[in-house]
Ligand binder design. Structure first.
Ligand code: AMP
Length: 216
């Protein structure tokens, strides 16, 4: 099954994509995570992407697409994947569609997590991140930071989770990414999910809606 996750930053795409992928035995492919790995390793791609990622803007399509096609061509993605963070604008969506059609493949679903804007701001500015394994944790202003439960490394805030950058990322989302909701609705594959609920409830409703597809 080939799935993509759409939704604003902070909607829970990464968390839900991870769970879904684990449950279905498919790889979770996050373009944000891939960029962060390249940044950390200071690869050529990392150096080229750095200023865009850190300022909350989109990395140019050509760089992003080359990275995604390379990842999707790997063996573990042959039967399907949960793609999180791509496509991020209409040009990427159209190029992706051309690629899929050329390979006689189709996308099964675009899972759209809808979340209210004030909730997004709260989640993003309270998000702490493990620089080692990339796990994320929700913290409040009263008890920030701490250590990663998986690897014990001290948690940090992502450069792009600071309030000014978060506002820019949300603006970029509404201007560039939100039109994808209509794009996939028109193609008849949009699955709209209320993402305001707690993580487990959202995961359950995604699972139920996908199961309905399968029983048809
Ligand atoms: P994320 O973790 O999905 O919020 O992504 C972090 C950052 O990576 C974004 O703010 C962009 O700078 C970059 N990025 C991730 N996916 C894409 C994409 N499909 N196109 C362009 N830039 C992207």
């Amino acid at each position: 099954m080939r799935l993509i996750m759409i939704g604003p930053p902070g909607a829970g795409k990464g968390t839900q994509a991870e769970r879904l992928a684990a449950r279905m035995g498919m790889p979770h492919i996050s373009t944000g995570d891939l960029f962060r790995i390249h940044l950390k390793a200071s690869t050529e791609l990392g150096r080229q992407a750095k200023r865009y990622v850190e300022s909350g803007g989109l990395v140019p399509d050509a760089l992003t697409e080359a990275m995604v096609w390379e990842r999707l061509s790997q063996e573990d993605a042959r039967e399907g994947y949960v793609l999180d963070g791509f496509p991020r604008n209409l040009a990427q969506a159209e190029e992706f569609q051309r690629r899929l059609e050329a390979a006689r493949m189709g996308l099964d679903r675009a899972v759209y997590l809808r979340v209210a804007e004030n909730e997004l701001m709260r989640r993003l500015t309270g998000r702490w991140w493990c620089p080692e394994c990339q796990a994320t944790y929700q913290r409040t202003a009263a008890s920030p930071g701490g250590a990663c439960e998986a690897c014990g490394v001290v948690l940090i805030q992502r450069e792009d989770d600071r309030p000014a950058t978060v506002r820019r990322r949300l603006r970029v989302y509404f201007e560039e990414t939100a039109p994808l909701v209509g794009y996939y609705r028109d193609r008849g594959i949009l699955l709209e999910i209320d993402g305001n609920a707690p993580v487990d409830a959202v995961a359950r409703s995604i699972g139920e809606r996908l199961a309905e597809d399968e029983s048809r």
